[in-house]
Write a protein that binds this ligand. Structure first.
Ligand SMILES: NC(=O)c1ccc[n+]([C@@H]2O[C@H](COP(=O)([O-])OP(=O)(O)OC[C@H]3O[C@@H](n4cnc5c(N)ncnc54)[C@H](OP(=O)(O)O)[C@@H]3O)[C@@H](O)[C@H]2O)c1
Length: 266
């Protein structure tokens, strides 16, 4: 089986490397294509992939075409690959907002997968939600899932709306966590800690809290109750967040990403 990755940016390269580290594919069965001369030069230096700059030299030979360009490049790309594809090929797209129907219309292909990964894929801790068109068989779906799982975990969703929704939660979510971390680091600095100590304080707090959360079946609310005692320090912080409506604001932010994903798909 041959996989072609189109777009060797952050995500495309992450998946190409994930697939190449797994035992699913031989390194020489991963092709990668980018339009940027600079990228092509870098890729040739890494040298464990077959690198291309012309679609006609690689698209017809791929069983799976994995698309990782920015959404605004999709129309031009799909029109260019349409004359080169055959009905047996599967397209996997990780582009935000680009719908299955749109991909089918522009490429003429029936087997299309839409996936939404997130940044921790870069360290094998990603979360990818995905959905496939009806023409993708059960066996092919397992293969797709195995490819996506080379960068972490994947979740098959029941309708495409959940891809846009997961963009608002897991896709864009790492940035919300960084936002929270930034605020806490700024507070630590203002309290007089050095940059290095602020970083350790914040990062260990996040890591520890997430590990604790994963070890028991408690809701975040229950954990908060366990940490915060009446009249104590944590309760003062949580009350301040409640007074400032932080909970609603975070939900609003997640919906802003969800709505933007829907908008991109129009
Ligand atoms: N980054 C994330 O956390 C994340 C999360 C979920 C989903 N995604 C999705 O992943 C996709 C890729 O994001 P990214 O951050 O990896 O983007 P990126 O770093 O900009 O990478 C895209 C690469 O594709 C190249 N390219 C552009 N047009 C092309 C074409 N027609 N054929 C081949 N290569 C082409 C770009 O070259 P130039 O730089 O020269 O244009 C660039 O090297 C996006 O659609 C995004 O929605 C990203």
């Amino acid at each position: 089986m041959k996989v072609l990755v189109i777009g060797a940016g952050n995500m495309g390269l992450t998946y190409a490397q994930g697939m190449s580290k797994s035992k699913l594919l031989k390194k020489r069965n991963i092709m990668i294509l980018d339009t940027s001369e600079e990228k092509i030069k870098e890729l040739n230096e890494i040298s464990h992939f077959d690198v291309y700059k012309d679609l006609k030299d690689c698209v017809p030979f791929a069983d799976i075409v994995f698309i990782a360009v920015k959404p605004y490049h999709s129309e031009e790309l799909f029109k260019a690959i349409a004359p080169l594809v055959n009905k047996e090929q599967i397209i996997i797209s990780i582009m935000a907002g680009i719908t299955i129907d749109y991909m089918k219309d522009l490429t003429g292909l029936d087997k299309v997968v839409r996936a939404m990964p997130n940044l921790p894929a870069q360290i094998g801790r990603g979360l990818t939600s995905y959905i496939a068109s009806e023409a993708v068989s059960k066996v092919e779906l397992i293969l797709v899932e195995n490819l996506l799982d080379t960068t972490g975990k994947s979740i098959l969703v029941s309708n495409e709306n959940f891809i846009d929704a997961s963009t608002g939660i897991s896709g864009s979510g790492p940035a919300y966590v960084f936002y929270f971390m930034q605020s806490m680091m700024e507070a630590a600095l203002q309290m007089g800690f050095s940059k290095n100590i602020s970083k350790v304080l914040v990062s260990e707090t996040f890591t520890g809290a997430v590990e604790l959360f994963n070890q028991a079946d408690h809701s975040p609310n229950k954990w908060m109750d366990m940490v915060a005692s009446k009249g104590g320090t944590t309760r003062a912080a949580l009350d301040s967040m409640e007074d400032n409506n932080v909970n609603e604001l975070i939900k609003e932010a997640a919906f802003a990403a969800f709505n933007r994903a829907v908008e991109l798909g129009k």
